[in-house]
Design a protein around this ligand. Sequence first.
Ligand code: SF4
Length: 474
Amino acid sequence: MRVKFILPALTEATNPYWRPIKYSLFPPLGLATLAAYLPDDWEAELQDEHVEPLRLDDAPELVVIQVYITNAYRAYALADIYRSRGSYVCLGGLHVTSLPAEAAAHADSIFLGPGEETFPQFLRDWQQRRPQPRYESSVRTLVGVPPIRRDLIRRELYLVPNSIVVTRGCPHHCDFCYKDAFFEGGKSFYTQPVDDALAEIDRLPGRHLYFLDDHLLGHQRFAASLFDGMRGMGRLFQGAATVDSILRDTSLLEKAAAAGLRSLFVGFETLSERNLRASNKRQNLGRDYAQAIERLHALGIMINGSFVFGLDDDGPDVFARTVEWAVKQGITTATFHIATPYPGTDYFKRIEAEGRLLHRRWDQYDTRTVVHQPGPLLTAEQLKTGYDWAYREFYSWANITKASLAHTSLKHQIKHFAYAGGWKRFETLWNFMIKTRQLNSMRPLLEAILAKVQGPRGTLNPAPADFIPLPIVQ
Ligand code: SF4
């Protein structure tokens, strides 16, 4: 039996503004996780169109395609091709869960929510020749999940092949986030058994890890045990967490730093209390962002700040205010987004009910394109122009220098400058390394170069990172 897992490329891969490096960071872990449920004697193949051209001259018995909003049209086209050849096609992922009827027109079976329970169920049904057209996840557990089929991943094509996910979901409920829709009908935040997570980490070669969990510090007891277990493993890792978790009066962050945490993706999203309230981002309300940043910097943890433009309280001054603030705070890298109402979210429902959706061309719902009429204080044109300006301005050499100088130690200043500059200003070099399939060789090189600015390692205040603080790709 031959099974093909496909992550189609989003349409923007052909767009001149597309940054190949952004999509050559992480392998498709979700598909490699599903592949682990196949019987041992089945043949499996995993293709990621972001990093390699798809081979489309085959006709496997089963094709499993992961669909997210901007790759949906491409995913449907591929599904149609394989179905016309007699392959059985399964579609799953965030977009399928949000718009199941749309996806069902291109699939033999669709999967709503996480697949750890439903995919093995489907495999049993399919072998007994009674597969269902629709599988909806309800039981949520990561106990007994088999080890990810990392052997299917072409590590050399990714800058960060050692990505890992040890939890699912998030304890919060921001109204613009996919999370609630994806996990509807069951638990929306749960963790792997700590021993399984540690065993998975142990299996990964090298030093780098990137935790792709929505909120690595979301379950305090789990995270504390994980970091205790990781201590002494010699790992360096990145992850994501919320502002409130950074400010908690516990030693969790110190444990994380001692275990190797060197950069954190933090969802600041907006400096406006009104926007926070309207977005139900309660975990950020009344929090002292500057204090959170100071705490991370004191532990040698670099910050990738996430910001959303175009929420209803934003006026034309939001871009300059946000960039100025982020630079002043010494945030290493910033990810800016144009507010985007994703189908299935409360934000989408509100914007749709108010008649403010400009269109439903999903391939443009990429957080770089304005797809809804912004609030009363901003025009769509101002939003797009301001967003583009914010990126240019934040990553100007003048501001990279200024933000670097916000750190008190010279080592941090140099590191910040090198990382921020390397991430955003050396596009030609990244593209060359991707084209020549040498991306994998960049990591040790960067480690070696950056290790020169490392200082002696303390227990609670570990050495600076020796890797790029790569922004998470949403
Ligand atoms: S904290 Fe992040 S992952 Fe959690 S609900 Fe909000 S946006 Fe989503």
